[in-house]
Each structure stands twice: as structure tokens, then as C-alpha cells.
Design a protein around this ligand. Structure first.
Ligand code: NAD
Length: 498
């Protein structure tokens, strides 16, 4: 599909010209659109529209709210190829990953439709006769969704599918690097809204711009939930601001994900998992494998296999069917990768790969070979998230040592162990094992399914999105006690007779 065909298929026309925000494709750095930015002065009206939509939407029965999400899922299925192609064009993901991102949107819609009939509360035994206690879940209010460039559409959908069935409107501020995919997604949402018929105006809104536009959401008492996905640097600003007004923050921040490879591991499987997790999306996933902690008895063998596998990886235009590694999002990202490789060398690292790609890829894009870096210890470079395909390799002798290394970083998103030893696997998953939000056995750290709650601990921010009971983050919990007796007994046997 040409750029114009992609825009046309999604219903984007006048919106892609004439604005002040210039959009470049990572494929070749060419300008692909100019879009209008939301003025800071418009933000109070946007938030007021969401508040008034909330007053109506919260009264719509949840299964009917689910109907809107079902229609969104249908529209996404119909637009999958076009939106996937736009993800490739604007974020630089290879074709199958662009399509995979849209599939993730469809999957969360299906999940949320079922959820719309399952917003269960508890019935709790009361200590008082003739009393019933229960817990109910109520809509909370507008959700401000701030998203990162690397999952330009799925993160919005994770939040929106849940928020809508929970009775909450959504205001979305995408990354300033990926406004087009957001605009395309809103066109798809508009089709679902039109078919739904009577959703309130302002239920799903999009605002375009940089941090200042996000800050208007973050600072507003009328946006009770802020779901912010991005760097830990951003979370350090957003988190305290939301806490300062007693809002609720769902923070999905940086990761520094590790794999432990034990002596019993199936090395063929481990190598495949390592390569996908470390170089997929050109190392630009929050769950990308960044640290390989290999038992010293197999470390050299593993590094040899990896460097061989890396040498044959097709790097180039992400639109070509055979390409496995596309460009980094921009030249700044490549510069940061090169600088970090220099730092790793200065800290005693031995670098394999990591050179800019000069031929076989479109001119203008930031293409680079993924790097494997053998490190003598978990130095400062290793402890930092560099958003690029650098895989640091460390050795270990005992499982305790490996788990200590895995946990000894500020981030706590995803982790895994490759082992055929049950004791090792269960120890890794136990209270003394991985301290991350995601811990896998014989699967890489990246590529989560939507059924499980997604998120991480420590500097990853503690938020949970997507499956399991993550929906509770979008609702307020209310404890109810109903007295159907003719007495008024007090709890704990307290007497207060008048
Ligand atoms: P980023 O932090 O630069 O930007 C993310 C979003 O935050 C953008 O929309 C940006 O405009 C906004 N923003 C920045 N400063 C802000 C402020 N002060 N107030 C309000 N909004 C602000 O991140 P990025 O480069 O787009 O994405 C890469 C990062 O995102 C990586 O660290 C990656 O690990 C992380 N990430 C995490 C997850 C997760 O689920 N844990 C998922 C995807 C990406």
C-alpha cells in the first residue's frame, strides 16, 4: 500500500496536511504528514466534554457499554491491514508486528466485551444479624491515556476497551512521534460510535501534542485516572503530580528485562527466544530482553550461537516480508545506542555487532545491527534501559547469584528463566525469585498475551493494564452494608443506646 492508499483506507485526508506537527517515517526520515496540535487553551473544554459524557455513560448498563467495544473490535478487524500498515509507516515496525499490534487491539476488545457482563463484586459475611455486606464497582470518571511511540495504538486500546465497559470516557494523548496512527484509530472508533448510535459526545477524544498537552490532563482534578505509558523519566514527573491531587495513576514505565539460562536449558529453544525478545521491534519494546544471565558452563556456547544467529538477521525496510529488523524510531535513538556501546566498552564490555547499517536499507532511516555485549559485571550501562537492541551477557555459577543479578536493577517489568529443572523453575517463580511483574518459564520476556495483567514493579511504576482484574483500576470500589432487620446493632459489640 502507498502512503496515500493507507491514509485513504483509514479515512484520513485533510487531517494529514497543514498542521504544525511534522510527522516523519522512521523508514527513511521522510516527512509523511503535518497534523494540527491541540492548543493548551482547548484542554479545559476537552476535559469538560469528557465530564459531561461521563454523567451519561455511567448510567448505560455495562453490557450495553460492551456493545460499543464489540463494534470497535469489528471495525478493527475490517481495518486491520490499513492500520497495521500505518503502524509500520509511522513507528517503523516490521509488517507482521504492525499487524500483530492491531490484533492485540482486537483481542482486548473481545476480552472487554466478555468483561462487560462480569464486573463482579463480592458478598461478604456480616457479623451483625439481619445485615448484608457487599462490594460494588462503580465508574470512576474520565481516563487520561498518555502513550508511548513504540506501541502507538495497542496501549490506547488496552485502556479504552476496559475504560469504556467500566463506564469511563477516555481522552488520549499519543506520543508526538506517532499522531497519525492515533488519528487512524479514532476514525475506526468513530465508525463504531456511529453504528452504536447514542453514545454521548466526548466519550472518546484525541488530543495531539507533546508533554504540555499531557500535563493538562495530569494536572486536572476532573481527570481522576491517568494511565501513562512511557519512560521512567516521564513517570517521575507524572506520578507525583497525580499523587499530589490524590488522583489515580496507572504507570507503565521502562523495563530492563532479563533471561536466566540454566545448564539444563533447551539451548535451541533458548536461542530462538533470545533472538526474538532481544531484536524484535528493533529492541524497542518495554519488554525487550536486555540482559542475558547465562550459567558459566554454557555462556561461551550461547554467545557463539547468538553471534552466529545475529549475523544472518535481515535488517532493512520494515515493509518487506523478509525483514526482521526495521529502523530505530529516529537518529537520536541510534546515537544513544552508539554512546551506550562506548560506555559499555569503557566498563569492560566486549561488543559484537552494533554498527550502523550503511547498505541494503532505505537511506535516511536509523538502521543498526543489534549488539551482543559480553560484560564482566552488571555495570552502570547494564542497569540502565537503552531503548535499542543491546543485549548484555553476564555469567553466573549458582541460581541464587543469577536471581540476585536479575533483581539488582531499578526496573521490574519482565523476566524469565530457561531451565528443565523443576526446582529452579519454581524457585524463580517463588517469593525469593524474580521481583518483576511478569516472570516466565521457557518463554522469552516479551510478547505478552492480553489475558494476563500487564505491568511491572519498582521503576516500571506498579501499574497494571489489560487482562485479569486490571479493570478494577478503572473503577471505584464501594463497600455497602444493608440492614434488613428491625434492630440497629453496632459492629464490634459497641453499645450506644439513647
Ligand atoms: P516518553 O516518556 O518519551 O513519552 C511517552 C509519552 O509521555 C509521550 O506521549 C510524551 O509526550 C508523554 N510525556 C512526556 N513527558 C510528559 C510530561 N511531563 N507530562 C505528560 N506527558 C508527558 O517515552 P517514549 O520514548 O515514547 O517510549 C519509550 C519508553 O516507554 C521506554 O522507556 C519504554 O520502556 C516505555 N514503555 C513502557 C511500556 C510499559 O507497558 N511498561 C510500554 C511501552 C513503552
Amino acid at each position: 500500500m502507498t502512503n496515500d492508499e493507507i491514509f485513504k483506507a483509514l479515512g484520513l485526508s485533510a487531517e494529514v496536511t497543514g498542521g504544525t506537527l511534522i510527522v516523519h517515517s522512521p523508514i527513511d526520515s521522510a516527512e509523511i504528514a503535518r497534523v494540527a496540535e491541540t492548543a493548551a487553551s482547548d484542554m479545559p473544554a476537552v476535559i469538560a466534554r469528557a465530564q459531561s459524557a461521563f454523567k451519561e455513560w455511567r448510567q448505560v448498563p455495562a453490557p450495553r457499554r460492551g456493545e460499543l467495544v464489540r463494534l470497535l473490535g469489528e471495525e478493527l478487524r475490517a481495518a486491520k491491514d490499513a492500520l497495521g500498515a500505518l503502524v509500520t509507516l509511522e513507528a517503523g515496525k516490521i509488517t507482521s508486528e504492525g499487524l500483530g499490534e492491531v490484533q492485540e487491539m482486537i483481542d482486548i476488545c473481545d476480552f472487554a466485551v466478555g468483561l462487560s457482563r462480569q464486573l463482579y463484586g463480592l458478598t461478604i459475611a456480616s457479623e451483625r444479624p439481619g445485615h448484608r455486606m457487599m462490594e460494588t464497582w462503580q465508574p470512576m470518571g474520565p481516563v487520561g491515556v498518555i502513550s508511548a511511540f513504540n506501541f502507538p495504538v495497542a496501549v490506547w486500546c488496552w485502556n479504552t476497551a476496559l475504560a469504556l465497559v467500566c463506564g469511563d470516557p477516555v481522552i488520549w494523548k499519543p506520543s508526538e512521534k506517532t499522531p497519525l496512527t492515533a488519528m487512524g484509530s479514532m476514525k475506526i472508533m468513530e465508525r463504531a460510535l456511529a453504528r452504536f448510535g447514542d453514545a454521548p459526545e466526548g466519550l472518546c477524544q484525541l488530543v495531539i501534542g507533546g508533554p504540555a498537552v499531557g500535563e493538562a490532563l495530569v494536572g486536572s482534578d476532573d481527570v481522576p485516572i491517568i494511565s501513562a505509558t512511557g519512560s521512567t523519566r516521564m513517570g517521575r514527573i507524572v506520578g507525583p503530580k497525580v499523587a499530589g491531587r490524590f488522583g489515580r495513576a496507572i504507570l507503565e514505565l521502562g523495563g530492563n528485562n532479563a533471561m536466566i539460562v540454566a545448564p539444563s536449558a533447551d539451548l535451541d529453544m533458548a536461542v530462538r527466544a533470545i533472538v526474538f525478545s532481544a531484536v524484535g521491534t528493533a529492541g524497542q519494546r518495554c519488554t525487550t530482553l536486555r540482559r542475558l544471565i547465562a550459567h558459566n558452563s554454557i555462556r561461551d556456547d550461547l554467545v557463539a550461537r547468538l553471534t552466529k544467529a545475529y549475523a544472518s538477521l535481515p535488517i532493512g525496510d520494515p515493509r518487506h516480508a523478509t525483514t526482521l529488523i526495521g529502523p530505530l524510531v529516529d537518529h537520536g535513538a541510534r546515537d544513544r545506542m552508539l554512546a551506550m556501546l562506548e560506555q559499555a566498552k569503557a566498563e569492560g564490555g566486549m561488543v559484537h555487532g552494533g554498527k550502523p547499517v550503511a547498505s541494503g536499507a532505505p537511506q535516511g532511516g536509523a538502521y543498526i545491527e543489534p549488539a551482543v555485549v559480553e560484560m564482566p559485571c552488571q555495570s552502570a550501562a547494564v542497569r540502565e534501559e537503552t531503548f535499542a537492541p543491546i543485549l548484555y551477557v553476564l555469567g553466573y555459577d549458582s541460581l541464587d547469584e543469577a536471581i540476585a543479578l536479575q533483581n539488582d536493577v531499578p526496573q521490574g517489568l519482565s523476566s524469565c528463566i530457561f531451565t528443565l529443572n523443576l526446582r529452579e523453575a519454581e524457585t524463580f517463580l517463588s517469593a525469593v525469585g524474580s521481583d518483576c511483574g511478569i516472570a516466565n518459564v521457557n518463554i522469552g520476556p516479551s510478547g505478552a498475551e492480553i489475558g494476563g495483567a500487564f505491568g511491572g514493579e519498582k521503576e516500571t511504576g506498579g501499574g497494571r493494564e489489560s487482562g485479569s482484574d486490571a479493570w478494577k483500576g478503572y473503577m471505584r470500589r464501594q463497600t455497602n452494608t444493608v440492614n434488613y432487620s428491625a434492630q440497629l446493632p453496632l459492629a464490634q459489640g459497641v453499645k450506644f443506646d439513647i
